[in-house]
Write a protein that binds this ligand. Sequence first.
Ligand SMILES: [Zn+2]
Length: 404
Amino acid sequence: MRFQITLPLNNFQKQTLRLFILTILLVVNNASYSQNIKIGLYRNFELRTLIFKVQEGSYTITNQDSLNVEMNASDVLFVTALGQKLSLWNSAQHLGIHESIKITTKNSQNKMSIEPAYPVLPTQKYYGNFEITIDTANRMTATNTVPLKEYLAGVIEAESGTRALPEYYKAQAIICRTYVLNHLDRHKQENFQICDEVHCQVYKGFGIEHGPILKAVEETKGQAIIDNQGMLITAAFHANSGGETANSEDVWSTTMSYLRSKSDPYFEKHRHSHWTVTISLDEWTEFLQKMNLDTTNKTKIKFIQKKRTKFYLLNDQPILLSDIRSHFKLKSTLFSIEKSENKIIFNGRGYGHGVGLSQESAMEMARRGKSYQEIINFFYTDIKIIDIYQTTYLQALFPEEEPQ
Ligand SMILES: [Zn+2]
């Protein structure tokens, strides 16, 4: 679908155009953009020691001064936080103490692995360049700078695994690209653009299916989603809708025209379609007391939820289903409750907040031959898929997505 502007414009079109240009200007302004995206790594952890190991190609370690050390295949570099500085070792010698370092390569296909040794975390592999610094709170910050397309492929692999079909990957690529365009300055204060955790989008470098996913990213180059006001959308997604997606305002209190509840016939027979959790009656009573609810009266526990609702009523006292979900770590708020002897049983459907695109249903749609446009238009209401490279403003934004 193409975003076309025709003249003369009516008032609605003028407003749409104004907002669209405003969006573009904001994005361009925020991103006097380098060709790459800079990602903060392992941001949920207090990093003390990282081990870099070259998987393929050669890299150079530099600082702001005279440090200049080459790393070749299988070479290792230990980086440890030491107060306000970084202490470096390779397998042969100490490479001094530095305020910050860069590890760069000239070939974008070279590969590096990072193994956090303190705390111990899984080893991940990356393309691109790295920068390690210490912030004022003595916290180590490691960043990875890669072309946008490599970042998007990494996010899609982390978010949706490796077994989906190309049309699904294309839909996910457009969603993730839309998110990035909307959040380029989210971590401005920390000297990178996007973090690698759920806070932004989960990114773990590249994995085994990088090639096919990268192809889907390239085939949707420059495509992003706007709403009926011409603004980039908040392209929310979750694992499984349970048969009905949720309105944005029922989950986050903000009404968004494109995040509307709708019936989802594709949700069945997947990993998260149905679930059951059983707890003791004591745990249930304890929870109700913790919520300051009167449990002395005889209460009717049975609760059936066919359509999504927000509350469970206990003797006319409302309890948010989201509170029950978070307390008992349930997969979704789309559940029924029944009592059996001294047990409480939650029978639920779906996984996640239920807003926007359901990943398992989108994968099912791809299996049934639906295109990525059909998938996106099914889950997001009254939107357009645009090509950001159709405007001269945006052509300059992410040139790294151009074929090399
Ligand atoms: Zn973030």
